[in-house]
Design a protein around this ligand. Structure first.
Ligand code: AKG
Ligand code: FE2
Length: 291
């Protein structure tokens, strides 16, 4: 920041001068970096963060609060009965193979900060890992409970190889809520960071067919997350090519996703999908973007 701007910020003029979004971001970013020091990151969480930064992925099942996991599993099971109704509501949605199951939890388009699906993302075993990996308190962009199903249509969007938004750090935290132990269950599938780097950034296109990827990267590098229900993992989806939800007939996959960004979000954000309650802490408000 220039010296002149620094002075304006401290002068009585500061509210009259539009210092611009960048200056505001600068302050918010610094605050987020400082707030990292308030977190009590344990050795296992730090190790997972190191894995995430080095390889682009970490299996984090052991870091998850068992009671929250049980509650999530029970709520997930209950939501399975809502699939048909939700699918009907979302008939115009472009990702035909994906049914969103949290709409019924929202009030005016928002989830309360004490809603289970939000609390699950805010647990220390998740936040501490993402925060240490990013070097700052993360921004929780959204949480999602999705059911992937067979459509019989050609592979599209996230069923093809892609990175999520290429220039911000995106870390996604996933928990399987049904068994994903066969290819037919549409496992989350990815290339570690090093292999993805070998693929590089083709000038054209953001979503790639298998053949395009394996022209440049060995098939042996592919990691297929085949795992029983309740396994949790984190992926740096901005640095790792990934795809999934290639579901065979008669199969389906229920998965929880929490998407974290390094602040600021690359695209302007509108209304947040979260609402604070009287008991929401300052840390959680920061994470939920309700500052
Ligand atoms: O459905 C899948 O497994 C892929 C999901 C995906 O691309 C994402 O979560 O960013
Ligand atoms: Fe993705």
């Amino acid at each position: 920041m220039s010296r002149a701007l620094w002075q304006v910020n401290r002068s009585p003029l500061r509210w009259a001068v539009k210092t611009g979004v960048n200056t505001w971001h600068y302050g918010a970013k610094r605050q987020r970096k400082q707030a990292l020091n308030q977190l009590h990151v344990d050795a296992a969480q730090a190790a997972a963060a190191a894995d995430l930064n080095r390889d682009g992925y970490a299996v984090v099942s052991d870091l998850i609060d068992p009671s929250l996991l049980q509650q999530l599993a029970a709520s997930g099971d209950a939501k399975l009965s809502e699939i048909d109704a939700a699918a009907e509501q979302q008939a115009g949605y472009w990702k035909k193979f994906l049914v969103h199951l949290l709409d019924s939890e929202m009030v005016d388009g928002k989830l309360a900060a004490d809603n289970l699906f939000v609390r699950y993302a805010l647990q220390p075993g998740v936040v501490n890992v993402v925060a240490s990996a990013l070097g700052e308190v993360p921004w929780l962009d959204y949480v999602m409970l999705s059911y992937s199903r067979h459509t019989g249509q050609a592979l599209a969007s996230s069923q093809l190889w892609h990175r999520d938004h290429d220039d911000v750090r995106v870390v996604k935290f996933y928990t399987y809520l049904t068994d994903v132990q066969e290819d037919a269950d549409g496992p989350f599938t990815f290339l570690p960071r090093q292999s993805t780097d070998r693929f590089g950034y083709p000038l054209l296109g953001s979503h790639f067919k298998d053949e395009e990827v394996f022209e440049k990267v060995s098939r042996q590098d592919v990691k297929v997350m085949k795992a029983p229900r309740l396994v949790s993992f984190m992926i740096d989806t901005s640095h790792c090519l990934h795809m999934g939800s290639r579901i065979a007939p008669g199969h389906g996959r229920l998965m929880y996703t929490a998407t974290f960004f390094a602040f600021p979000r690359m695209f302007p954000w509108g209304d947040r999908p979260f609402r604070a309650t009287r008991d929401t802490s300052e840390l959680h408000k920061m994470i939920l973007g309700l500052g």
